[in-house]
Design a protein around this ligand. Structure first.
Ligand SMILES: [Mg+2]
Length: 224
């Protein structure tokens, strides 16, 4: 279902968007967790980069998709490194996905509420948003780390939607994580859309069997 049109938005009163991989280039997070954090851990513990990478990868695999995996504090406590300093040093890598800002501009021109729903730790989001003015386009946003339950979990939707006063039956939601797209659909979000190209350099392209899918938000403004 690639021939999407912005008409997909017209029946919805609420536009809900994931941030990383949908609005911002996922490459920042990939480099953060796979390169910069291991480098910081290696230098502070005086171990090789490969050993640091293996250790982080092992923990990461065990915790994938759970709250600690997304929480900076968990990793800071485990490795005793200043992750905000790591992010701050590299914040120039935070950028919009091509076409995302134009798509957000189009969305704000429609008579709808726009909310960002993210698993990104709000401490990290603060650094990204100091570099990229994405929050200007939202009526509000919620980080799962702040409410203590991740988007993969049904409780997230109950808490977040009540907090922001969002009706799921009048909502469209975009995320690049298929588990989260499915979680949203299960909760009753009317249209849950899988975004399959989360990076500008196309280092990741997801195969998807989701009922609704687009490559990027830019599809909403480029299709006829
Ligand atoms: Mg994402």
């Amino acid at each position: 279902m690639s021939n999407f049109h912005k008409n997909i938005l017209t029946e919805s009163s609420y536009i809900l968007l994931d941030i990383d991989g949908v609005i911002l280039d996922q490459n920042f997070d990939n480099l953060f967790w796979m390169e910069w954090v291991p480098e910081a851990v290696a230098s502070s513990h005086d171990i090789s980069l490969n050993v640091a990478k293996e250790d982080i990868y092992k923990t990461s695999k065990e915790l994938y998709g759970t709250l600690p995996w997304y929480e900076l504090k968990f990793w800071e406590d485990k490795y005793k490194v200043d992750l905000l300093a790591v992010a701050e040093r590299n914040k120039s890598y935070a950028m919009f996905i091509d076409g995302a800002e134009e798509s957000l501009k189009l969305m704000t021109s429609l008579d709808k509420k726009i909310f960002f729903l993210t698993n990104c730790d709000s401490r990290l989001l603060k650094i990204k948003s100091s570099q990229v003015p994405l929050l200007d386009y939202a009526d509000g946003w919620i980080s799962s780390v702040d409410i203590g339950v991740v988007k993969e979990d049904q409780d997230f939707w109950k808490i977040a939607l009540e907090k922001l006063n969002i009706q799921p039956s009048k909502s469209i939601f975009f995320d690049d994580n298929i588990n989260i797209v499915n979680s949203a659909a299960r909760y009753g979000i009317k249209k849950a859309v899988h975004v399959t190209e989360p990076t500008n350099n196309n280092s990741i392209i997801y195969e998807s069997n989701a009922r609704m899918q687009i490559s990027r938000l830019a599809d909403l403004i480029s299709a006829d």
